[in-house]
Design a protein around this ligand. Structure first.
Ligand code: ZN
Length: 189
């Protein structure tokens, strides 16, 4: 039963309850990727300015396929808050083998072009927005700090209590470190 991991695209702190899909400030945390997506979280950057986001996954992921989306909010607040990159993961090169799942990175400035990458770690995804607040939109409650939103669709539903890093779950603002803290786990039988 191989396990696959997605690591943090930046160094920052988590400000959401992943397990019950709510904001720490209250209210449901929007899930925007469509059918099968779940476990939303926000990783907030602590330093001024913008932050580059890179993909990092476990070495048993063979390739990724990136797709730009513009559906982060129901009513568009415009670029970049409405933009996302979906990263599909496969066991083999060139998007071959088994489909592992898709991780969505939301609120992406200057997103990566649509393509397939066999050299996936450290792969540029985009940048966090430069402004501090999300413009008013219908995605319930855009968080009031510069952040990346992540959510995932797992090809196979993981056993109860697995599938995400429970250490990031909650409102004590736990840290996730660039490329080293795992965020999501996926498996294939
Ligand atoms: Zn979010």
């Amino acid at each position: 039963m191989p396990w696959y991991y997605v690591y943090s695209p930046l160094s920052g702190y988590c400000t959401s309850r992943i397990s019950n899909q709510t904001y720490c400030s209250g209210g449901p945390h929007a899930i925007t990727g469509g059918s099968g997506f779940k476990l939303p979280l926000d990783l907030v950057i602590s330093s001024p300015g913008v932050q580059r986001l890179d993909f990092w996954g476990s070495s048993n992921i063979g390739s990724i396929r990136t797709t730009r989306r513009s559906n982060m909010c129901i009513v568009s607040p415009g670029t970049p808050w409405n933009d996302a990159v979906d990263v599909e993961m496969f066991t083999g090169p060139n998007a071959s083998g088994s489909y592992i799942g898709t991780v969505r990175f939301g609120h992406i400035d200057s997103p990566i072009q649509n393509n397939i990458y066999n050299s996936l770690n450290g792969q540029y995804i985009g940048w966090t927005p430069g402004e501090c607040t999300c413009r008013p939109c219908a995605c319930y409650d855009c968080y009031t700090a510069r952040h990346v939103h992540m959510e995932i669709r797992q090809s196979v539903t993981p056993p109860a209590g697995q599938g995400y890093n429970t250490g990031l779950d909650g409102c004590s603002n736990p840290w996730a470190y660039y490329s080293s803290t795992w965020v999501y786990e996926l498996y294939l039988p």
